[in-house]
Design a protein around this ligand. Structure first.
Ligand SMILES: Nc1ncnc2c1ncn2[C@@H]1O[C@H](COP(=O)(O)OP(=O)(O)O)[C@@H](O)[C@H]1O
Ligand SMILES: O=P(O)(O)OC[C@H](O)CO
Length: 514
């Protein structure tokens, strides 16, 4: 690993604030014109697991946390709303909320992207409507990961909700819509919008027209009255009303993975990044045309700046990476902190023959198998908790390798280096393992908070704080790089064992259980 350091001090303003409403926490970061962090505030929210496979968030708690971290970051920066030129929003994608527009009250906890309760519904829709139709129109496979089936589940399962929705009293939104609606006044004139990147994760937006697809809405059974207006990722949606940022323009929204693509300045076709948080998501910019995937990737919107044409991306989504480390800490008690996994894994030379495939929510890309469940393969009495810790880290790296292979097949672009970011990238052993398994350099930028940075960049472009994307590129600085050290034979042998372990996860859930 090599290190580089930034020089200079933070400018005296003005600034851009970005809110990242993530899966495990909400944070607000204030950035200066050089894209450097001035202040950060962050707060975790409760993860609610009512049944196996079900994951919920309390959206009221989330909105309270968002207000708290915004105030926290502004106070820590020692600035006022007059110093903040715009607010950008980024968010965990797909997590689905319905709320009453007259009271502002959620009608149910939000159904989180990892929630698998709509597996059976997706199977039924696949039989009735056809998988291909969804892929063709929306770029997505029909899977419980996405928002549309979650909306249908809520309409079917919350008493009286469908009638209220059809009467126009209920609003649907992913977390971007919920935060923007509340920020801009809520029941007092809040704007009900989403951006193209978030809308592209619903299974409801036509990827070619960038509008809600009426036929698909009809097939899934969702009334158009609940839907937000689809806007670009970088434009002023409205001004904040009340709170510490009263009057500041709310000027961007991007799903968090698209925001990271933007923050990593992957503005050219073929440029890719991978973000290592609760899950891991690799996105490659594919330019102005959506590229169909034949290898288990998603076709999605990368970003759209104002009235410019949209830019598309191919995405490989991995459901469980950082959350496996959390599971080792919270459910297994094998480590006390996430960082300790590196110390434990480094105490042994290798995985001792163990492979851990964390198919906790089924397998996402490139398999899309809801019937898969987690497996630890290759166990013998030789295996210790340190070998398991190593297998945990290797699981993240092998899953990335599988996505990277699929991306090369779909796009024809060979990976020459991978830009990484997210909480797990502080793990040096993981980053080295990644370079080894990919057989390509892994590069981390100075500002690892690329998600917030991307939202700040988009908001700054919308209000003229930055002139164009070239100015943003100039801000990207390398902080660390890991180069491959593994020999080709070992890599090939280990990859084969990993793929064997993956096979053993499949078919665990029988039809009637899903
Ligand atoms: N040193 C580490 N080694 C491995 N995993 C880590 C480490 N530090 C944090 N993590 C994992 O990274 C995730 C947090 O990263 P973050 O980017 O904040 O996630 P998110 O945006 O999804 O909430 C957690 O799941 C945590 O377990
Ligand atoms: O909140 P994160 O960083 O885990 O990201 C979640 C993704 O947006 C899910 O698609």
């Amino acid at each position: 690993m090599t290190d580089a350091h930034t020089t200079g001090t933070h400018g005296s303003g003005p600034f851009i604030a970005a809110i990242d409403q993530g899966t495990t926490s909400s944070r607000c970061i204030v950035f200066d014109k050089d894209g450097r962090i001035v202040s950060v505030d962050q707060k975790e929210h409760e993860q609610i697991f009512p049944k196996p496979g079900w994951v919920e968030h309390d959206a009221t708690e989330i909105w309270e946390n968002v207000q708290e971290v915004v105030a926290g970051a502004i106070v820590k920066a020692g600035i006022t709303s007059a110093d903040v030129k715009a607010i950008g929003i980024t968010n965990q994608r797909e997590t689905t909320l319905l709320w009453d527009k007259n009271t502002g009250e959620p009608v149910h906890n939000a159904l989180v992207w990892q929630d698998t309760r709509t597996d059976a519904l997706c199977k039924e829709l696949g039989r009735n409507v056809g998988q291909d139709r969804f892929r063709r129109e929306t770029g997505l496979p029909l899977a419980s990961y996405f928002a549309g089936p979650k909306v249908r589940w809520l309409l079917d399962n919350v008493e009286g909700l469908r009638e209220r929705a059809e009467a126009g009293d209920i609003l649907f939104g992913t977390m971007d819509s919920w935060v923007i609606w509340n920020l801009t006044g809520g029941t007092d004139g809040g704007v009900h919008v989403t951006d193209v990147t978030n809308a592209s994760r619903t299974l409801l937006m036509n990827l070619h027209t960038m509008t809600w697809d009426e036929k698909i809405l009809h097939s899934i059974g969702i009334p158009a009255a609940v839907l937000p207006e689809i806007r670009s990722s970088a434009e002023v949606y409205g001004n904040a009303k009340g709170g510490i940022l009263d009057g500041v323009p709310v000027a961007s929204a991007l799903g968090d993975q698209q925001a990271a693509l933007f923050g990593q300045t992957c503005f050219a076709e073929g440029e890719a990044k991978s973000t290592y948080g609760t899950g891991t998501f690799m996105l490659m910019n594919t330019g102005g045309t959506p590229v169909n995937s034949y290898n288990g990737l998603l076709t999605t919107v990368g970003y759209q700046i104002g009235d410019k044409p949209p830019v598309y991306a191919l995405e490989g989504s991995i459901a469980v990476t950082g959350s496996l480390v959390q599971w080792m800490r919270d459910q297994m008690g094998l480590i006390k902190s996430a960082a300790e996994i590196e110390t434990l894994a480094s105490s042994v030379e290798d995985n001792g023959g163990a492979y851990f495939v964390p198919a906790f929510s089924g397998l996402f890309a490139p398999y899309w198998r809801p019937d898969a469940r987690g497996v630890i393969a290759g166990l013998t009495r030789y295996v210790t908790k340190a070998h398991i810790a190593r297998a945990v880290l290797e699981a993240t790296a092998w899953q990335t390798r599988e996505i990277s292979d699929a991306m090369t097949k779909d796009s024809g672009v060979e990976l020459t280096a991978l830009k990484v970011d997210g909480g797990m990238t502080s793990n040096n052993l993981l980053m080295q393992t990644l370079a080894d398994f990919l057989d390509a350099p892994v590069v981390r930028p100075m500002v690892a908070e690329t998600t917030c940075l991307g939202a700040a960049y988009a908001a700054g472009l919308a209000v003229g704080f930055w002139p164009d994307t070239d100015a943003l590129r100039a801000n990207w600085r390398r902080a660390a790089e890991w180069t491959p050290r593994m020999d080709a034979d070992t890599r090939a042998r280990e990859y084969k064992s990993w793929l064997k372990a993956v096979e053993r996860t499949m078919g665990w859930i029988e039809d009637e259980e899903s």
